[in-house]
Design a protein around this ligand. Sequence first.
Ligand SMILES: [Zn+2]
Length: 173
Amino acid sequence: MGGFTKFVMYIILLITFLGLINMIFNLHRFAFYGEFLILLVLLLVAMISALGINNDSRWAWILLTLFFGFVFLDMLLIKAISTEKVYLFLPFIIVTIVGFFISLFSIKKEKVEAVEEVEKEFSPGKYIASKSGTKYHAPKCDWAKKIKKANAVWFDSKEEAKKAGYKKDDCVK
Ligand SMILES: [Zn+2]
């Protein structure tokens, strides 16, 4: 995940909380207490998510999508019970919607990237070597067949294999 997306997400989270705080301090007693508790829980969820996206964890984007979905509904509720003018809340609600879609988009993007990585790992090249070995082989060589999938390193050319520090086996012409 790009560093820029993370940066934007941290800004959006900050604005979302400023918005929520601004909104709930216009509420009266019981509504205020209830929303204040919700705010604390949301703050915890946001902090866990922020740590997660910093480590490129896919679950963090899923959590953030749920987070923004919930915040959006919560903001609509506050808007409904608040006496404050509605247009003051609008920018924060829009930022929350933007946060929701960035999170949702990031979940899908991470999935695609993961699939591409797996494909790259198992697409064979012309020559194969073992991570623990010293020689590279043609894939049909008996030694090549003994190399475990997890230890296999593939090369597209002899030069590539040589550069990686492997010598050619007799099976390679
Ligand atoms: Zn060989």
